[in-house]
Ligand binder design. Structure first.
Ligand code: HSE
Length: 307
């Protein structure tokens, strides 16, 4: 397609997508929450052929600047998925606040953001409502627990049914505050996933089913139960060798009664504070040691925001 044929499509689009914390302890590949830390992505048609990506903020020194950039490749995949032809030339501008490789959903934000930009620019964008965007993003990401809150916001329960990603959105209790300790070093999700065993004991599966179920109640209705509800027997111990400092930090925080978990595939740590976020942040800072960036955040009720 040339630019003349695209005359009825949009000339530019802008979206923002939140950081996410997946797993939340027991909800491996299932539970996730959106955080009020956003990447902003913008695309503009140009007459120069090709894709150029301009990045400021997180990842500015490391991410590719061409079609292989994750925002750009997702943007292009969106046109392919819709049976539309992408524009001949675009500039994509990324203003990134989500740290990369820290377990805070930066790649999900890039995937969801690129798809949302493509949807906004395609004449067939109406054929990709959020539920369908989630399906495609899940296919690209491989699991739905980060992309679901990135699309819908809030606290999401996601699952895969006949290989299709689905999710429902719940609202976190208003008095629960997410506090993150961002690791000074990154960890690739692929490395963390390789450490997972192919099979787990039935007792561990039962443990996580019960705690994940309890967490859906604790995070929405009864935060007093957050400590038992965030316990995990399925993934954090298996991955301890990939994030020893984070694993120790989670253990220490939990021994002090704090509902701490590894954020996503790590190596950052998320603590769900109920009533005392400053005290939780102080505990995280004290036990994490130097180099960790402790931030009191909020849940984001919104996922994709188009502007
Ligand atoms: N559920 C995923 C994992 C989240 O822990 O591997 C990271 O993508």
């Amino acid at each position: 397609m040339n630019t003349e044929q695209r005359a009825s499509g949009a000339q530019r689009a802008a979206v923002s997508v939140p950081a996410t914390s997946a797993n939340l302890g027991p909800g491996y590949d299932c539970l996730g929450a959106a955080l009020d830390l956003r990447d902003y992505y913008r695309v503009e048609l140009t007459t120069a052929p090709g894709v150029r990506v301009h990045v400021t903020g997180e990842g500015a020194d490391t991410v590719p600047r061409d079609h292989s950039n994750l925002v750009a490749s997702s943007f292009l995949r969106c046109f392919e998925h819709l049976g539309d032809t992408p524009p001949v030339g675009v500039d994509i501008y990324c203003t990134n606040a989500i740290p990369h490789g820290r377990g805070l959903g930066s790649s999900s934000a890039a995937t969801v953001g690129g798809l949302a930009l493509g949807r906004a620019m395609s004449v067939r964008g109406d054929e990709l409502p959020n539920y369908a965007l989630l399906e495609f993003a899940t296919e690209l990401e491989g699991h739905p627990d980060n992309v679901a809150p990135a699309v819908f916001g809030g606290f999401t329960v996601s699952w895969v049914e006949n290989r299709v990603g689905r999710a429902v959105q719940l609202q976190p209790h208003p008095d629960v505050v997410p506090v993150v300790a961002i690791s000074p070093t990154p960890l690739a999700t692929s490395v963390a996933r390789e450490l997972m065993p192919a099979e787990v004991p039935l007792a561990d599966a039962i443990f996580n089913v019960t705690r994940a179920s309890l967490l859906c109640h604790a995070l929405t209705q009864d935060p007093e139960l957050l400590l038992p509800a965030t316990a995990d027997a399925l993934h954090q111990d298996h991955r301890a060798s990939a994030y020893p400092a984070a694993h120790q930090l989670v253990s220490t925080m939990r021994e002090h009664g704090r509902a701490a978990v590894i954020s996503g595939a790590g190596p950052s740590v998320l603590a769900l504070a109920y009533g005392d976020p400053e005290a939780v942040a102080a505990d995280l800072s004290r036990h994490a040691g130097s180099g960790w960036d402790v931030r009191i955040l909020a849940f984001s009720a919104a996922g994709i925001i188009e502007s």
